[in-house]
Design a protein around this ligand. Structure first.
Ligand code: ADP
Length: 397
């Protein structure tokens, strides 16, 4: 990036985002509102954010010199994903770049083993877990906690890739994963018998101000989140308080800056419902997309405020219920032509909020989401499911 970034007059900062995916893209509307300039280091010219952010040099997030050059143009640097290697982060830190979240916090979102270790240290409820280096160690863990067990690659997983359920007679077949782990170890966990999956989204600024959105329920289909309901229906008040406090405590203990999502499993207990933490994400998260339309301050605006150490906005919901439906790429070729679906959907439901990411349609890929809000949860869920299904091509009228 040789040219100087075009800043708005009036002393407004440039926020750099490493990665040009949909999260960076969804930061652009609030950046416009706050008169901030965004710059994204994009994977390609047609990356989701590069289509809407003028300052979008194409470059590799794992190349130190490329990232350093990008960061020189920015007042603060944050992330669209968690894959920036530790060596690149260390170089930026050594250059004095204001990075949020800071690498010392980010590592707990990059590495599930580091996350489990740290959460256990600070006493946050987790599934029983162990680092395992061989199939024999996995078998021993399984005998202790009971089969099946869950085996995870500590780094680089998403949408359930890098997670597998292992039965007792399946232990032998995991040897390829141990080979690929190349001595870095894998994470073994007990298979939690959960009643549902929840998520808590919080934001924390460098000076320590924090805010939490209502706890949501996330519905997964085949390992991919398909629906988010805010707030989580029939959630026990005390559990809502406990998990929100836990998320704020994690953010404080780990010195998280920016938005953090804590994914949880709700479990039934003798003294009422309880929880265990599944994983952490330190960036705006799919479980918080509902906040764009459903809350006073969206997670994307809050993330920008937080990384700039501006006062945080009000995270309260605007309506009794908000339902977000993810839109996945359909398998029928005619559904690659998404614009042709608009007329029908917009006419059918004027209250529908659509957010498409400008991505090429590929089967199963997250290409957008829809949101509806109001008082009648059953109606909202039907409308969100209809719109997602219509965009995906599984519903035809
Ligand atoms: P990813 O990083 O790919 O999103 P997760 O760790 O969130 O992977 O796991 C993906 C899904 O697998 C979860 O949403 C949950 O449904 C299931 N899962 C993960 N860990 C466990 C566990 N310990 N017990 C039961 N189910 C689990």
């Amino acid at each position: 990036m040789e040219q100087q970034v075009n800043r708005h007059p009036g002393g407004f900062p440039v926020v750099g985002i490493i990665g040009g995916g949909q999260l960076a893209r969804m930061c652009q509307p609030p950046a416009v509102g706050l008169s901030l300039t965004l710059a994204v280091l994009a994977e390609s010219e047609d990356a989701a954010a590069a289509l809407v952010v003028p300052e979008a040099p194409v470059g590799a997030y794992d190349d130190v010199e490329t990232v350093r050059e990008f960061a020189r143009q920015c007042d603060v640097v944050t992330f669209d994903h968690e894959h920036v290697p530790a060596g690149v982060l260390a170089a930026l830190e050594a250059d004095g770049v204001a990075l949020h979240p800071r690498p010392a916090a980010l590592r707990y979102a990059q590495d599930k083993l580091a996350m489990r270790e740290r959460l256990s240290e600070i006493g946050v409820s987790c599934p029983r877990w162990r680092r395992v280096d061989t199939a024999a160690e996995l078998a021993e863990f399984g005998r202790e906690v009971g089969f099946p067990v869950v085996l995870k690659t500590p780094r680089g997983g998403y949408d359930g890739k890098g997670v597998r359920l292992v039965a007792e007679d399946g232990v032998e077949a995991t040897s390829d994963w141990f080979d690929r782990a190349a001595g870095a170890g894998l994470l073994a966990e007990e298979a939690v018998d959960f009643t549902r999956e929840l998520a808590v989204l919080v934001a924390r600024s460098p000076s320590g101000q924090a805010a939490a959105w209502p706890v949501v329920e996330t519905v997964q289909t085949d390992g991919i989140c398909t629906e988010v309901i805010a707030p989580a229906p029939d959630l026990d008040d005390q559990l809502a308080t406990v998990v929100t406090e836990a998320a704020l405590r994690i953010a404080g203990e780990l010195d998280v800056t920016g938005v953090m999502a804590v994914e949880l499993f709700e479990v039934a207990g003798d003294d009422g419902p309880g929880y265990v933490v599944n994983e952490l994400a330190m960036r705006p998260h799919n479980s918080g997309h509902w906040t764009i339309d459903g809350s006073v301050t969206s997670q994307f605006e809050q993330h920008l405020r937080a990384v700039l150490d501006l006062p945080l906005g009000d995270p309260r919901a605007r309506a009794t219920w908000t339902v977000m439906g993810n839109v996945l790429g359909g398998s029928e070729p005619e559904h690659a032509e998404l614009y042709s679906t608009y007329r029908h959907l917009l006419a059918r439901d004027p209250g529908l909020r659509m957010h498409l990411y400008g991505k090429e349609v590929r089967p199963g890929r997250k290409i957008g989401h829809v949101t509806v809000y109001g008082d009648d949860l059953t109606d909202l869920r039907e409308r969100a499911a209809h719109a997602s299904g219509y965009l995906e091509g599984t519903v035809t009228e």
